[in-house]
Each structure stands twice: as C-alpha cells, then as structure tokens.
Design a protein around this ligand. Sequence first.
Ligand code: BES
Ligand code: MN
Ligand code: MN
Length: 453
Amino acid sequence: MQDYINKNKDRFLNELLDLLRIPSVSTDLTYQKDVKRAADFLADRLKEAGAEKTTVFTTAKHPIVYAEKIIDPTKPTVLVYGHYDVQPADPLELWNSPPFEPVIKNGNIYARGACDDKGQMYMHVKAFEVMMQTSQLPCNVKFMIEGEEEIGSENLITFVRANKDLLKADIILISDTSMIDNETPSVQTGLRGLSYLEVEVSTINRDLHSGLYGGAVANPIQVLCKMIDSLKDADGRITIPNFYDQVVELSKEEREEMAEAPFDVEVFKQSIGLKDIAGEKGYTTPERTAIRPTLDVNGIWGGYTAEGAKTVIPAKAFAKISMRLVPNQDPDEITALFVNHFKKIAPPTATVEVRPHHGAVPVLVERSSVGYKAAAKALEKTFGRKAIPFRAGGSIPVVALFKQELGLDTVLMGFGLDSDAIHSPNEKYGLFNFYKGIETIPYFYQYFAEMSK
Ligand code: BES
Ligand code: MN
Ligand code: MN
C-alpha cells in the first residue's frame, strides 16, 4: 500500500491543488457555479477511484456528493462525511498569495480550504483509491460530502432524513478537526455546540446631529456596548440566568486526563500575538477552549465608520454574537435564554431585536465504540505514539444529527493543526498531514473490520 502511495504521491497532491483552485464559497451565491464544479470534480475522482452509485444530488442550495463501494453486505460499513465548501477568503489583502491559487511553501499548502475541509476530506478519497487499487478494501464504504457545512448544513439535514436506507452504516468517519501537534496524534472526543444570534438596538427614529441632541438621548452603540459587557462578570462567567444549568462538569479524573495533553502557554500566546491569556476563572486555557461554554461578539457595527469625521448619533447599533456550548446544553434552549435576558437588560429607552441564526448541538464521542478504538490504534500505528483523547472546541452541526437520525456514532480523526489558520487569511495544510492521513486511514478500515467481527 505504501508503495502505491509513494508512486502516486505527486498526482494525489496535484488533484488536491486542482480542487483548491475551485472557489466553492457556500455563503456567497455568486460562487454557486463553482460550488457545483467542486461537487462534480469530487464525484469524478470517486468514480475513477472505483466507487459505485456516484451521484451528485441537487438540493435547494448546494449539491451533496454520494458514492459507495459495497464489497460484501455482511461486512461492516464506514460512512465518510466531509465538506467541500469553504469559508469566504476575505480580507483578501491579508493573504500572502491569492486564496484560490494554492502554493506550496515550507512543506505547507496555502489556500482557502487547504485544511478545512478539502485537504482533510480528500485524504479519504485518496485512501479509498489506495485500498481499491491494491485490492485491500476490507469493508464497505459510503461517502457523503456536502457543500453547506460552513452555512449550517440545512439541506444535508433534509437529505439525511430522506435517505436513511441509503446511508445505512456502522460508523461515521470524519476528518475535519485538529490534532494536538505533528508528533502527538489524537482522537477527538467531543465538539462544542453553537448558538448564533444577531442583535439590533435602537433608541431614536433617525440619525441625529450629535451637537444638537448629544447629551440628551441614549446612544444605541453605547447602550449596546454596555449590554454586551454585562453578559460576562469579572470572573469571565456568563451572566445569563440558567445558562450553566445543563453543563456537565468534568470529574477530577477527566480533567487530569485532559491536562496530560501537551500544551505550552507561551507557544499559544506567541502563535496568535497574544500578550496575556484571559478567560473563565478556575479553568486552564485548554479547558476554556474545549470543556467550557463561552460567549463572543463576532462583529459589531453602527454609525459612521468611513473616512474622516461625521458628528452623528446613529439611530441603530448591531452585533453578531456566538455562544459555544458544551454537553448537555441545548442550542434552542440557550438561544431562548439569551433572547429573554437580552430584552430584559435593555434600558427603557432602547428597543431591542434579536434574530437567531443556525445552531449546533454539542457532541460527546462514544469512546467505547469499535470505531473509536480502531482510530486510536491506526494513529498509534502510523505515528508510533499513543493517540491522546482530546475535545475539540469547534462545531460540526451534523454529528448530533447522525446519532439522532441514523443511530450512528462518529469517529473524529482530525489531521489539521490549530495553527492551520482555518477561516483566516493564509489558511494552510501540511504535506506531512495530508500524506499521514492517506497512510493512516487504510489502517482504520483494517482495524475497524477486524475489531467488528
Ligand atoms: N471544521 C470546522 C470545525 C472544527 C474545526 C471543529 C477544528 C473542531 C476543530 C467546521 O468547518 C466549522 O468551521 N464549523 C463551524 C460551524 C458553524 C458554521 C455552524 C464552526 O465551528 O464555527
Ligand atoms: Mn470543516
Ligand atoms: Mn469551517
């Protein structure tokens, strides 16, 4: 198998570069044709690799790519999930090279989607090719690759509910998370959930001259800032009543296990230009990003922000706010708590509107599953080191859905690094990680098939 990988290494990479050249930005409909092109590209590559029933399913927005290879219906089935859509590339001026013209520098591929998730997802397509071409596929495999992950997976939800038979499997396998570092493989044991909202505060019916009216009316931007500031107390705890009610606290043993994962606070600070760490009192930085919920302002605007000065009191102020959730917080419940609270803390002069966006249910991975064990064993095999269990701070909305609708556990075998700058300018993915993934995935299949017996 390694022989086949070595011989086809360059082609694997070139195919990924071709995929990265397609700007499949799901949120911006001016790219709709490109999104479709990425789906067709994948379907073609899957077919070439030996997949059957390869289909590009159209949906109300972006297509879903499905393919399968059933070698023996009595053997177990792995359902690979991934996404070919990417985040917008802006701010463009901060990229060192154009986001959809991938370049290789210092062993990394730089492009939007290099890591999230084209690079990681494509490892599965190539690992499948490797197993097929060397006649070593040990169990059945199905692929479901979507184009709406970055915008909430709305049409995948419909697709999954409508295609339960087609998607019958024994385990879901996903590479769309990070590992600890290139020397330390890890199996991710959880994902945070998400509640995302937009708020609007108004105090007056039009923009006003700040000399004629200033001092006599509440400024909506300042009202909004005060309201937002009050959402966390001095200890970094969220002040929304009942926010923490459903949070499952970790045992001392679980926290000790987490603390075993290598983490260097100085490297963390330096890598993002941070002068000092911050966060909820009583928790370490890795805990703050994995096992604790949090609230962040993602954007805030209003009033005059163009060149020069304009003396004005704006009529309205806006913000986008996200809350990352942990088991067993329910995104709908948290959203309702937020809406309620945010309206309650508004001063009498302000009118507040809250508009909820998409959410995600937090996930705890089943560590006793055969899939989890097979992933840990495969990583240990190719890295020569024990994989460390590790909870991811990000969200993948559909993982909870897979459990709920298909009854399937998920294995999160991520090969990215937090430093890969996903969603940021200069996103990258290591060649080491790309090839390591292609090498490791076939072992996952082998162990999963063996251990399922
Ligand atoms: N692949 C990421 C999620 C991720 C990254 C999880 C690294 C764990 C470690 C995914 O594409 C993503 O960006 N998810 C969004 C979800 C949202 C769009 C509903 C997120 O986490 O913000
Ligand atoms: Mn992703
Ligand atoms: Mn993403």
